[in-house]
Each structure stands twice: as C-alpha cells, then as structure tokens.
Design a binder for this molecule. Structure first.
Ligand SMILES: [Zn+2]
Length: 320
C-alpha cells in the first residue's frame, strides 16, 4: 500500500537525484576544461580584477574608462563562453524550466512533481497489480454471455452498462463530487480489472488514490495502531482523493477490522471523499460478516453493482 506522502517523498528524491547527477557531470566537465585550458583561470582572475575596479570607476564618474572596462568584461565573458562551448561544457538542461528541477515554485509544489508522483504511484502499484494490462480498452465483453437467465438477468447487458459507468466515473472523476461504488460478484468477473482501469485514469488526472486489498489495508492500520509503524497511514486512508478497497471479505474479520471499516466508510462519506469497494460477498453476507450499519451505509450511499457471468480466468484457461 503506497500513500500520497510516500509517493511525494519518492518523487522529490528521484527528481533531486537526477538534478544532482547533471550538476555533478557539469562540475566534472568544468574541472577538466580548467585543467586542459589555462586561459580559463586567467580570464577568471582578470574578470574579478575588473569587477573590483568597476565599482570604484563608477563612483569616480570617469565614464570613458567605465565604458572601456565594461567592453573588456563582455569580451572576456564571451571568450570564456566560447572556450567552455568548445570543451562541451553546457548549461544544465532542466526538465522543468518553471522550478529549475527544485520541485518548488513560489513556496508551492510544482506541477512537474505532481506528474512525477503520478509516475511513482503507477510504478509502485504495477509491482503488485496488473495495472498496465487493466484498461477499459481491453475489457472484453465477449466473455459475458448474451443469454438471458431465468430471472431475466443478461450478463452481457449488465456488464456493458457497468463498463460504461466505470468509464464515465473515471473521465468525470473529481475528489469532491464523485460517488461511491460497490462492486459485488464472484471471482474472475472483472471487478479488479475495472477498478484498476479507473485508478489508472484517476492517477493520470493527477490524483493520488490509495489502492489496497482489504487484508493489506487492515494489517497496515493495525500495525500503525498497535506497533506504532507506518506513520499516518490511517489518516491518509481516511483523507486520500480516492480509496479503493479490493476483495473486502477475504481478510480475517475481528472486532477491530469491523470498527475500522465502519470508521473508514463513514468518515469518508461525511467528508464527501469517494471510495470504491470490491467484494465477493453478497449484501446479506456483508451484513452478517460486518454489521447491519455497514450494509445499510452501502445500500444508502453507494452505487451498488452486481457483476454477472462466468469466471473469465477459467474461460481464458480453457481457451488455451
Ligand atoms: Zn517543476
């Protein structure tokens, strides 16, 4: 589980490291140029002599001498520039001209760091989840039967509308106004695929969601509470732009996890921050496993969508 704080820290570290490398490289080239061309040191000492004299001359009012010295100074500077250019010592090329790769502009975090942070989060998430392979474009509806069941449910039709819902959710994502989603249904029906597709779009928009399996989420919060580990994880789970809890119900349920789940769901509802939850449980099972308070929150405040169909992973295995 990677939080916003960790993401930004890493983004700054990466950016600073790249800048340091460029600065070191330039420093080395510069040193080599001074060693191979003695004229550079001469120019430096002439320039510093002129600098000292310029101030005095300016005060004396001797404009003819002043002009002469300024010309000399310019000539020396351009000679130096020429020598450095020939020695291939160039000015540092910054990735971001706005903040000169410091990451800050006017006391605020620069946009380039936000882009860097998005990259960090995607990379970290990709280590654990198939983020790259989970897009809207490769969500294949052919695996959902177009046959109507006895109860009138048509998997293809249902999944077509869920896919549309997810796409629109991602496109219009806004951490204040976006609704909460609950995805229900058995394993292998594409719940994780679609939530990852949403997460990918949301990251690309510059938001930093937290994506965690229920098990991982509760373990991290428990560790923080009882062992004092992972500073601020709980606060970030409560406050992040988008929280995705994958596979709710697969974790060991205790009085602690029940109360944490309720607190997370409720706090985020009160502050209007969106949450997406995936579960293999039915609403009845949610009520039994957690509390009726939770299931009633889901029913009242979440857009609940039941995934239909046959396990896609099984179908793909059979194809092979
Ligand atoms: Zn910048």
């Amino acid at each position: 589980m990677i939080t916003k704080e960790m993401t930004y820290k890493k983004a700054f570290e990466q950016k600073t490291l790249r800048l340091k490398e460029k600065q070191n490289m330039r420093e080395q080239m510069l040193r080599a140029a001074y060693i191979s061309n003695g004229r550079l040191s001469e120019i430096d000492s002439e320039l510093s002599k002129i600098g000292a004299e310029l101030a005095i001359t300016a005060l004396s009012g001797n404009t003819a001498r002043l002009e002469q010295m300024q010309k000399l100074s310019l000539a020396l500077t351009s000679e130096k520039t020429e020598i450095l250019k020939n020695a291939d010592v160039r000015d540092i090329e910054y990735e971001c001209d706005i903040c000169k790769d410091t990451g800050y502009v006017g006391g605020k975090i620069c946009e380039c760091i936000k882009r860097e942070a998005a990259g960090v989060m995607s990379a970290e998430l990709s280590l654990k989840m198939p983020l790259g392979q989970s897009g809207f474009g490769n969500f294949d509806l052919k695996y959902y039967s177009d046959k109507e069941a006895k109860n009138g449910e048509n998997p293809r039709r249902r999944m077509t509308s869920i896919l549309k819902l997810c796409r629109e959710y991602a496109i219009g994502f806004n951490e204040k106004t976006t609704k909460n989603l609950l995805f229900l249904g058995g394993t292998g029906l594409g719940k994780t695929h679609l939530t990852l597709a949403i997460v990918k779009e949301v990251i690309a928009k510059g938001y930093l969601p937290i994506y965690a399996s229920a098990e991982n989420l509760f373990t991290s919060i428990e560790a923080e509470k009882f062992d004092g580990e992972g500073k601020g994880v709980y606060q970030q789970v409560l406050n992040c732009d988008l929280l995705v809890i994958d596979d709710l119900g697969a974790e060991m349920t205790t009085a602690f996890t029940k109360s944490v789940l309720y607190n997370v769901v409720n706090t985020r509802l009160l502050s209007g921050k969106p949450t997406i939850i995936n579960t293999n449980l039915t609403m009845k099972e949610i009520e039994a496993k957690y509390t009726p308070r939770i299931s009633s929150r889901f029913i009242g405040e979440y857009d609940c969508n039941k995934f239909l169909g046959e396990d896609i992973r099984q179908q793909k295995l059979l194809e092979k």
